[in-house]
Design a protein around this ligand. Structure first.
Ligand SMILES: N[C@@H](CCC(=O)N[C@@H](CS)C(=O)NCC(=O)O)C(=O)O
Length: 207
């Protein structure tokens, strides 16, 4: 049995987890999910039926990891993990992107962005333009989330930036574009993307 079971759909956030699995050179077996028919093993691990859902068949027993950001943090070991000095940037920007940034751009995209200052004070992203500009400023002055070295936080942040640029929910700021291009040069990114692109092409042929 592989060390990880990876529930995914190629047209989903599962792409983030696959990239992380390839960066970590993890031994994984994919379990492809259709939206109409979620396997019982997925629903038992994650009753929301969401992907990605990862099961680590650890020596002490199975462990379930959901949430792309958590999957990136979980797989971050050795060179892919932050050093003591890098931990603040690693956790700050990983959580900031998974929480305020993702919620903020989604709220705006769906037309739920609060305008009232009292409502803004209670949502985690506050003013989404300010939140985006904070991330832009960080990536404009650092090669990677933790400075001049790639870590698994870049898989999550880089994926959000790439999707934001692709779907127009992030501004086409030079710092975001350049960072996204750096991420796309990663061999693990290319390998993971090739797998999902081939699966997507197959699904489209079948439909
Ligand atoms: N917070 C989760 C979100 C996962 C999520 O919403 N996945 C979507 C696909 S991108 C999904 O499984 N949607 C199917 C559904 O909810 O029925 C994460 O970061 O992994």
């Amino acid at each position: 049995m592989a060390e990880y079971t990876f529930f995914t759909h190629p047209m989903s956030r599962g792409q983030i987890a696959r990239w992380a699995l390839h960066e970590a050179d993890a031994d994984y077996e994919q379990a492809l999910v259709t939206w109409e028919d979620r396997p019982a093993a997925l629903l038992s691990a994650n009753p929301l039926g969401k992907v990605p859902t990862l099961i680590h068949h650890a020596p002490g027993g199975d462990r379930v990891i959901t949430e792309c950001a958590a999957i990136c943090a979980y797989l971050a070991k050795g060179e892919l993990a932050p050093t003591e000095e890098e931990r603040a940037d690693f956790f700050r920007w990983l959580f900031f992107t998974a929480g305020p940034i993702e919620q903020g751009v989604t709220a705006r995209h769906l037309g739920y962005e609060p305008k009232d200052p009292r409502a803004r004070a209670s949502v985690g992203f506050g003013d989404i333009d300010v939140a985006l500009s904070m991330l832009e400023a960080h990536l404009g002055t650092h090669g990677w989330v933790c400075g001049e070295r790639f870590t698994l936080a870049d898989v999550y942040v880089g994926s959000q930036v790439a999707w934001g640029l692709q779907f127009g929910t992030f501004p086409k700021a030079p710092a975001f574009v350049a960072y996204s291009e750096r991420c796309a040069e990663r061999e693990a990114y290319k390998a993971a993307k090739a797998i999902d692109d081939a699966l997507i092409a197959k699904l489209q042929q079948e439909s």
